[in-house]
Design a protein around this ligand. Structure first.
Ligand SMILES: Cc1cc2nc3c(=O)[nH]c(=O)nc-3n(C[C@H](O)[C@H](O)[C@H](O)COP(=O)(O)OP(=O)(O)OC[C@H]3O[C@@H](n4cnc5c(N)ncnc54)[C@H](O)[C@@H]3O)c2cc1C
Length: 444
């Protein structure tokens, strides 16, 4: 019997340290730096580097990495418990060396990179001396990668890349990009593309503009619209086999999606804490908001949705650890990805409502977090696609009804049960008849 919701005391002590450290040391940094990924910003480096040192001293640096890459090799359940603490903050993942997209890009490089690529890019990436970009989505559409048009053509010992990419996050901070391009246009759709490492300073790579997200208007955008014009990379910059770009992409997406979900729990909890504080602080008509039944309903619904989501994420994390195969947990990850934007949206929307005009103002972070819920419903594929793939998984191997009526059709089920218990029913009917006869005889 292995069901268990407890955390080992040693690990709980680490989580307790993290919780206090993130609240006291990391959260304040969020309010004075522009972007935690900008490794060229002296203010960021002055404030974040010492925090990263403290994390290393605690043995909590880059915990998603296997020991051969310098991490402790924590499984996904431990990472889930850690990430929900980090999700409260913007800088937390960077302070702990597990930020996207670098964590996923590191996984790809570790699996498919040459020794030279590992030395030049993977090692400094893991140390957060540099950061990276994942350049896959195109301006003509991201939901259907089989429609991507960016081409890579072989020319001697090099590949020449031409095309446009959209929402290549953090390209302006990155030392290198991992790019998906069509190498085999006549192959079946999922074998047409290959993955490449492109150093950021490669000639021909141009930023059309850095797109900003609504809710972050004060900042320069970080989601680059990129143009690749005759961008040349040596042949050994291909990651994985030619035509295997989709398979290589899966190396990062499974882990990336679940880590986003873990962090979302943290953001939902932070929102929920704000709701509770508001409910007991604000008074109207002679009593606190928390005494109003409609407000109580908001608090109760939010808690239930948050805890349901947390359990789904933890169960998925547990299944990843158990099966060590993302294909075996495809449905679970799709379910988590589907639930994530909704729980964040709904809890934040209630929190805005409870905070009234202040809630919708720029003096609280709630408006930004509401928009963050749309980020969660788009990045790594839109919710609709994950719902489709979840439904496909759930329908696999399901037997159709035996005839026109469903197998639960009550006339069928009752007839079948009557047939199965015919002997017992006949015996009991006989016994009842005997009792009735006996009673009749005694009465006469
Ligand atoms: C904050 C943020 C960061 C991102 N970072 C990166 C990054 O670093 N690198 C990168 O490559 N990409 C990145 N993306 C892009 C992301 O992967 C895409 O936004 C996503 O794949 C959707 O593509 P799209 O935006 O082109 O939407 P479209 O493909 O135009 O889809 C628009 C909408 O159409 C609907 N839709 C689409 N397909 C279907 C369908 N089959 N059935 C029903 N409805 C459908 C959905 O509602 C969908 O939201 C990021 C996105 C965001 C928001």
């Amino acid at each position: 019997m292995a069901w268990d919701f407890e955390t080992e005391p040693d690990f709980q002590a680490k989580l307790d340290w993290m919780d206090a450290f993130v609240r006291d040391e990391v959260e304040p940094v969020d309010h004075v730096i522009e972007h935690a990924w900008n490794v060229d910003d002296p203010v960021r480096n002055r404030l974040i580097r010492p925090l990263q040192e403290k994390v290393r001293e605690q043995g909590l640096w880059a915990c998603h990495l296997e020991p051969r890459l310098g991490g402790p090799g924590y499984g996904q359940v431990k990472l889930a418990l850690m990430n929900e603490i980090l999700g409260r903050t913007h800088s937390g993942p960077v302070v702990f060396g597990c930020q996207a997209p670098d964590s996923g890009n590191a996984e790809i490089l570790a699996h498919y990179g040459t020794p030279e690529l590992k030395r030049r890019f993977l090692e400094p990436l893991i140390a957060n001396e540099i950061v990276s970009c994942y350049s896959m989505t195109e301006p003509a559409g991201g939901s259907d990668p089989t429609g991507f048009a960016t081409r890579a053509v072989r020319d001697g010992d090099e590949w020449v890349i031409n095309g446009e990419k959209w929402f290549s996050s953090h390209a302006r901070f990155a030392s290198f990009l991992i790019v998906l391009a069509v190498t085999d246009p006549d192959a079946p759709p999922h074998q047409r593309m290959s993955m490449f490492v492109v150093p950021r300073d490669t000639p021909g790579l141009e930023t059309v503009r850095d797109v900003a997200i609504a809710g972050h208007e004060g900042q320069q955008g970080t989601h680059a619209y990129l143009r690749y014009t005759d961008v040349r990379v040596p042949a050994d910059r291909m990651l994985g086999e030619r035509g295997a770009g989709f398979a290589v992409a899966q190396t990062r997406l499974g882990g990336g999606r679940i880590h986003h979900a873990m962090r979302t729990i943290g953001l939902v909890r932070r929102t929920f804490d704000m709701m509770r504080e508001r409910a007991v602080s604000r008074h109207t008509k002679g009593e606190s908001l928390g005494n109003k039944q409609l407000v109580q309903q908001m608090i109760a619904d939010s808690w239930v949705e948050m805890e349901q989501f947390r359990l789904l994420v933890l169960r998925t994390a547990w299944r990843i650890d158990r099966y060590q195969d993302y294909r075996a947990v495809r449905a679970d990850i799709a379910a988590v990805k589907t639930a994530m934007p909704k729980v964040l949206h709904d809890v934040v929307a209630r929190a805005i409502q409870l905070h009234g005009s202040l809630g919708i103002s720029t003096e609280l972070p709630l408006g930004t977090w509401l928009l963050e819920s749309f980020h969660m419903g788009l990045a790594d594929g839109p919710t609709e696609i994950h719902k489709l793939s979840l439904a496909r998984e759930l329908l696999k191997g399901v037997e159709p009804a035996p005839d026109l009526f469903p197998s639960a059709h009550l006339p069928r089920v009752t007839a079948s049960a009557r047939e199965r218990f015919a002997e017992e029913l006949a015996e009991v009917a006989g016994e009842l008849a005997d009792i009735a006869v006996g009673a009749g005889e005694r009465a006469s």
